[in-house]
Design a protein. Sequence first.
Lengths: 435, 250
Amino acid sequence: MNATSVRKDLLEAVVQALPPGELSAIRSAALSRFSSSGFPTTRDEDWRYTNLARAVDVTNEWLAGFAQQSSKDENASDNTDEQFAITSQVDANWLVIRNGVVEGESFARVGNAYERGIEISRLVDGLQSASIAMTDGLSAFNATLLQDGLHIRISKNISADKPLGILFVSDMNSGLSQERVIIDAGENSRFSVISCCISSGAGKEFSNSVMQISLAAGARLDLVQIQQRDPTHLGISRISAQLQRDTIFNHSAFDFGSALARNDVVIDIVGPGASANVNGLYLATDEQHIDNHVHVIHGVGPATSSQDYRGILSGRSRCVFNGKAVVLAGADGTDANQSNHNLLLSEKAEIDTKPELEIYADDVKCAHGVTVGQLDEAALFYMRTRGLAEDDAKRLLTRAFASGMLSALTIDECHDYISDAIDQRLDELISEEIR
Amino acid sequence: MLKIKNLQASVGDIKILNGLDLEVNAGEVHAIMGPNGSGKSTLAQVIAGNDSYVVNGGSVEFMGKDLLELEPEERAREGIFLGFQYPVEIPGVNNAYLLKAAVNAKRKHQGLEEIDAFEFLKMAREKMAILDMDPSFLKRGVNEGFSGGEKKRNEILQMAMLEPRLAILDETDSGLDIDAMKAVSKGINALRDPQRAIVLVTHYQRLLDYVEPDFVHVLSAGKIVRSGDKSLALQLEEKGYEWIREAAPA
């Protein structure tokens, strides 16, 4: 094994073997797109700190054993009765995507839960109006093996009263899962999505998911992503959103798990009055690697964007933040902010942070700020003089640091779940340091 | 209650306390006065257990225990309270939460159950009324965005909730206007008790008009150079610290 890139012979064979139909034309087009680019490597500036060698290995292994793998998957997908903590704790209409395939039972249930004007379809049942974006090597790779996914359409003026929950489950123990979710929000519609990624596999799993979002004039979408995968998991997520006039896109990402997690959020502002708020909290320990890339393109003005990411790192973890705002010529009245604050609990943890502004317009307001620090010794001492044990004081201070992200949350339904998950994760981070 | 013998302490290479002796008994109120840089705050920080200060010699005994062996939180649970000259702002940590955690840490140490939420609020509201503090302060971050006077009131509130055996109040009067001074003094006086000792560390005599000390000590170059009753404070006010330096015995 240990090839440096995905083996084309294997990939072509697998693409040939997938069932024919509407998706096969997409797959062929994606294959040629992917063949010219492949997976990104650390030679690409945007991937300097994140090495996909292990993901390439898992992919090649999975491709080589595809025949056996697919039959196992069919058996696994029968298991639909399993209960997941989040689906009972967070009030939402929950859909399950297991190892890249939408679970039929949850799909039928959710399909009935929404009123007219909200249509959810499976990509396996046909593309209809959905277009499959393949803007880079990884999204092309996702399309190359496309088997299923979701297309969510919210009609004009429709507001859903309950969020849609999408639970991504990987439990193959070894293998590749690629999911794609397409959201098309109509004019003046309002919709909320909570996505949660979990994995139970103790082996080699790689997931490469794509979410394509398009907001028509006046639409608002709130998207919360909670990543709580097994510490062996390799996961890549790409969210791309196109924002028309007067739209609001609020996104909060919470990264707790995975051996490697890479999140790309690409926002294209194409209408004046649009507002994009992207927040993230990453809590990393051991050898975890969490990389957040946010890229906002201000094509027109006036419009606002803000990126606010916070991280707490312990152990030998390594995190990356790269926030970019590009203000194109003529996008006057742009207001773009970026901030990234980090708390290092260990001397061996590492953060590489880089906010970038590229401005080609004249009348803009842009700001960025970055901090990397340790716990405030004066605050720790102060709390200890009030009788608090040192560990408790540390926990309170780290919690306080993280809580800013919780208050930025725009979907109330998942507040308590995330708050508990943060507490649990911080205990793990702090005990790593006390050990 | 508190016996300090020949205490020497330094920060970095600078020796600040140079053989300080002090004995404080239950029921007493002591004032420690002295010019800037004489070691007043260092003494307070060393008693509270700040490890930025290194103790080079001497001993500190509290209720028969070797205080220098204890961690800051253990000292607090034994009944020592330090009111900070510069209370620390801790954004994101709720004031009520810290207060309750502090009360419960002490109760746990004493083998008591955690305080009931209703009892806690009732007690906090009572103490806040004495200090003329709005109950909304409980909901804010610890000292976050508080004015100088609000921070000092908050220190006294913590003291009132924790009911320490020994309270050391470091420059609690600095930066207070007359109303805040009165409120803070009222809070301190409410805690005067035959079982409790209070040490006021101050630069000015002003606070002592409101909280009358039993003893006044003058600190200079890391040592107590003179002790007396409250009239010593008045003499100092009149003649200035130069008077002590000149009159100090060699």
